[in-house]
Design a protein around this ligand. Structure first.
Ligand code: MG
Length: 165
């Protein structure tokens, strides 16, 4: 593939690992605050992000190109509330959606058909990611200060299963 596309894909591997770090930091926050269901949901999400990174990593290697791993930035470590955490998650997913869309545009420009097919999976995935975060934000807004309702949502989120790929 072209150097421009390869650099951008290696950068995306880094962004996906950063997302895993971000969700893991959120998981630690929830665990420390005794919201183990939320913590579980975030840990499953972190694992999914590692899966996203590896999908691109494998694609680069399958194409006979070079994977270049870079340092992962430190994620935030303090969150004001469950709502604050999910708002930050949604904000991050919107950023990732923009990055994926730019990568897709680049793959069109470079006429890299295999990259286009690979990136289509990510385009669908981003719709899911934004929907999931938005739904939980809406529920947290409904819950407001009700501790009982928060514990109910915690129980629900604790049931999240790891996705099979
Ligand atoms: Mg991702």
């Amino acid at each position: 593939m072209t150097t421009t596309l390869l650099t951008a894909l290696n950068d995306q591997v880094n962004h996906e690992f950063y997302a895993a770090y971000l969700y893991l930091s959120m998981s630690a926050y929830f665990e420390a605050n005794n919201l183990n269901g939320f913590a579980h949901w975030m840990k499953v999400q972190a694992q999914e992000e590692v899966g996203h990174a590896l999908k691109i990593y494998n694609f680069i290697l399958d194409r006979g190109d070079k994977v270049t791993l870079k340092s992962i930035a430190q994620p935030p470590t303090e969150f004001k509330s469950p709502l604050d955490s999910f708002q930050q998650a949604l904000q991050h997913e919107k950023k990732v959606t923009g990055l994926i869309n730019s990568l897709y545009e680049l793959s069109l420009k470079e006429k890299d058909y295999p990259a286009q097919v690979m990136l289509q999976w990510f385009i669908d995935e981003q719709v899911e990611e934004e929907k999931n975060a938005s739904e939980i934000i809406a529920k947290l807004e409904m819950i407001g200060d009700s501790k009982g309702m928060l514990l109910h949502l915690d129980h629900q989120l604790g049931k999240r299963k790891a996705e099979e790929e």
